[in-house]
Design a protein around this ligand. Structure first.
Ligand code: CP
Ligand code: NVA
Length: 301
């Protein structure tokens, strides 16, 4: 029984296999007659729809469940909800606040569990990001991805995924919004094992200089809405605009997991401009989800 709580739950070969499955023209019908329970404690446009359609393409039936309906640790323990869903479904996905919830679901170990975003990690996004980067650049070893903004769930999974692919990952975040020491150590050790590298800085220019891809995410993540005003102040100078993009390699691409806030973390001319690959990236969410589910249900059991 395998799970995806964070991208490095996969080893590099498994990650490669998932990306290969994501690129197959014909989806294997590994979920024929089976269900996928998708529990959301937070809103979603891309994750819900890409997961639901990936399940359909694999022949299965997705069931969308609002967190409040099953009441994780309120109506019933996380463990009992997981055991219950496993009675009917071949896979359980969960979008949660506390990362420990998705880890507890996986620890029950009765059904493959997929983290559909927690406060700590967004591994499905990282899979789609690697797919997007690979389709753009082919081999990724030695390529440079610069992440500018909040060292959040998306940044952490991206950095781990990039490190596993042998990329040089640069993360520019303001003081107070950078990686915790434990995250940094984990990413550095993954990078060391795969020929990648991690640079953490508070200088967006240093991060972006000569990079192949520039990536950003919202300054205020779901659950942090009360901090929005303070965060806008903290992240001043971290907007990815045309001038910052001009410091990247000629022909560098722009990535964003979306939703985007034009005028905050990115300007409209960048996110809507010719270097932007954000819609390819969004479309790749479905291919990545399909590859992951095909592997979890069809090969990893
Ligand atoms: N990128 C992403 O996860 O988008 P949603 O929050 O809309 O699912
Ligand atoms: N960091 C963002 C990502 C949204 C896909 C959040 O957690 O809200």
């Amino acid at each position: 029984m395998r799970h995806l709580t964070e991208i490095d739950d996969l080893d590099a070969d498994e990650l490669g296999r998932v990306l290969e499955l994501a690129s197959l023209p014909d989806a294997p019908r590994v979920l024929a007659g089976k269900g996928a329970a998708l529990v959301f404690e937070k809103p979603s446009a891309r994750t819900r729809n890409s997961m639901e359609m990936a399940v359909v393409q694999l022949g299965g039936h997705p069931v969308y469940i609002q967190g409040g309906e099953v009441g994780l640790d309120r109506r019933e323990s996380v463990e009992d909800v997981t055991r219950t869903l496993a009675c009917y479904h071949a896979v359980v996905g969960a979008r949660v606040y506390d990362h420990a919830v998705v880890e507890r679901m996986a620890a029950v170990d009765v059904v493959p569990v997929v983290n559909m975003l927690s406060d700590t990690a967004h591994p499905l996004q990282a899979l789609a990001d690697l797919l997007t980067l690979r389709r753009e650049f082919g081999e990724l070893a030695g390529r440079v991805v610069a992440y500018v903004g909040d060292a959040n769930n998306v940044a952490r999974s991206l950095a781990l995924a990039g490190a596993m692919a042998g990329m040089a990952v640069r993360v520019a975040a303001p003081p107070g919004h950078t990686f915790a020491d434990a995250d940094r150590t984990r990413i550095e050790s993954v990078a060391a094992a795969h020929g990648g590298a991690l640079v953490v800085t508070d200088d967006p220019h240093r991060a972006v200089n000569g990079a192949d891809a520039v990536y950003t995410d919202v300054w205020t993540s779901m659950g942090q809405e009360d901090e929005a005003e303070q965060r806008r102040a903290d992240f001043a100078g971290f907007t990815v605009d045309g001038r910052l993009m001009a410091e990247a390699r000629h022909g560098a691409i722009f990535l964003h997991c979306l939703p985007a806030h034009r005028g905050e973390e990115v300007t409209a001319d960048v996110v809507d401009g010719p270097r932007s690959r954000v819609w390819v990236q969004a479309a790749n969410r479905m291919h990545a989800a399909r590859g992951l589910l095909a592997w979890l249900v069809g090969e990893a059991v």
